[in-house]
Design a protein around this ligand. Structure first.
Ligand code: 2PG
Ligand code: MG
Length: 431
């Protein structure tokens, strides 16, 4: 038996490091009396929900105002003192303490970046102290489901310098028996898409956006979906039954509040017309998942759309729910979606993110663990996806190290689980 002291926190510290956009972000470390270090870094969004927990930034000239030295100081000078002597196995108690210390509803005093970095570092320190991987710490022996990747290989919206209004065009490899086979197919399609884009749109078309997907000079959503279907086919896979499609509209970004209209593909659409627009896309392409189809306050349009596509398409709430139990509860009451995008930094502690996931599961919602467009080389979202058996993950294209670390971690987990590993494929999308 390990001594209790082994699990006690000896120190907590943080530093400023860089994310995949070259912006500063916070990395936290939790040291235990047993000599174990848990380390975690915090990602950052570009198309953020207005209700997300607050990422504390320094302002001023340094890093164009994006520095996180205040958040780092909050860890080193405030959080560290309070957490010393606490037990890393008491995640709930530690997260409550962090929430209390912050004292605001949106973590604006200490910063959600300070709080989350520490919260995750505590979980990693606990897992390492037990000598088990993070997914096993989170999910015990039940943790064995590898997630289906929703792989964003054409970037638009705020993640790219092109005219596509829809932010993400994803391929979803569902007709495969293992994660590795699914990932292999997705990579092959990614290469094929590269050749397709080069041929059709020229060399500039193969520049990549924030999440590693291509950012071709396309003007309309249909061009992107067409390119995906054609690449799936020319790679030798069947669109729909083997590889489905998904989109993240991130519609708050093309909504004009003054006009109450969505500006997309050169048109101004009401929410009803936008719903028809999606229905037409669904009837032309094998789309199985649509994220944030309307702006983040429009629970009503979300609900009527979810009713209309019931049983056929997954409607995912990201900016509308922001991994927040209160907003998710409201969504569930209204039937606003049937899936939750889980981003730990939208809420700020691991415990609160797990509570959101549990509520989603209890309510028959799917859960998709997600990266942010600004990522680090940390790979904990892969462990969270397996630990919670969510069956789905969104972590970008198979390019750029900060995305591939997540895929590579999943390859290792699948290998480690051996015969117990389960790849749900289509089943992850059954309602
Ligand atoms: C999203 C995410 C991740 P961001 O909208 O789902 O793909 O983007 O991190 O910019 O919010
Ligand atoms: Mg989104």
């Amino acid at each position: 038996m390990l001594e209790v002291d082994f699990f006690l926190i000896r120190n907590v510290r943080a530093r400023e490091v860089l994310d995949s956009r070259g912006n500063p972000t916070l990395e936290a470390e939790v040291l235990t009396e047993g000599g174990v270090v848990g380390r975690a870094s915090v990602p950052a969004g570009a198309s953020k929900g207005v209700h997300e927990a607050v990422e504390l930034r320094d302002g001023g000239k340094r890093f164009h105002g994006l520095g996180v030295l205040k958040a780092v100081r909050n860890v080193n000078e405030i959080i560290a003192k309070e957490l010393k002597g606490m037990d890393v196995r008491e995640q709930g108690k530690i997260d409550r303490k962090l929430i209390e210390l912050d004292g605001t509803p949106n973590k604006s005093r200490l910063g959600a970046n300070a709080v989350l970095g520490v919260s995750l570092a505590v979980a990693k320190a606990a897992a390492t102290s037990y000598g088990i991987p993070l997914y096993a710490y989170l999910g015990g022996i039940r943790a064995r489901t590898l997630p289906v990747p929703l792989m964003n290989i054409i970037n638009g919206g705020k993640h790219a310098g092109n005219e596509l209004k829809i932010q993400e065009f994803m391929i979803i490899p569902i007709g495969f028996k293992t994660f590795k086979e699914a990932l292999t197919a997705a990579c092959e399609i990614y290469y094929e898409l590269k050749s397709f884009l080069k041929e059709r749109y020229g060399l500039n078309a193969i520049n990549v956006g924030d999440e590693g997907g291509f950012a071709p000079p396309m003007k309309e959503s249909r061009e992107a979906l067409e390119a995906l279907v054609s690449s799936i086919e020319s790679t030798g896979y069947k669109p729909g039954s083997e590889v489905a499609l998904g989109i993240d509209a991130a519609a708050s970004n093309f909504y004009e509040e003054k006009k109450d209209k969505y500006i997309i593909d050169g048109k101004e659409l009401s929410s009803g017309e936008l719903a028809d627009y999606y229905m037409e896309l669904i009837s032309s392409y094998p789309i199985r998942s649509i994220e944030d189809p309307f702006h983040e306050e429009d629970f009503k349009s979300f609900a009527s759309f979810t009713r209309n596509v019931r049983g056929k398409v997954q409607v995912v709430g990201d900016d509308i729910f922001v991994t927040n139990v209160e907003r998710l509860k409201r969504g569930i009451e209204l039937g606003a979606a049937n899936a939750l995008l889980l981003k730990v930094n939208q809420i700020g502690t691991l415990t609160e993110a797990l509570e959101a996931a549990e509520l989603a599961f209890r309510s028959g919602y799917k859960v998709i663990v997600s990266h942010r467009s600004g990522e680090t080389e940390d790979d904990y979202i892969s462990d969270i996806a397996v630990g919670l058996n969510t069956g789905q993950i969104k972590t970008g294209a198979p390019a750029r190290g900060e995305r591939t670390v997540k895929y590579n971690r999943l390859i290792r987990i699948e290998e480690e689980l051996g015969g117990r590993a389960l790849y749900p494929g289509k089943e992850a999308f059954s309602f």
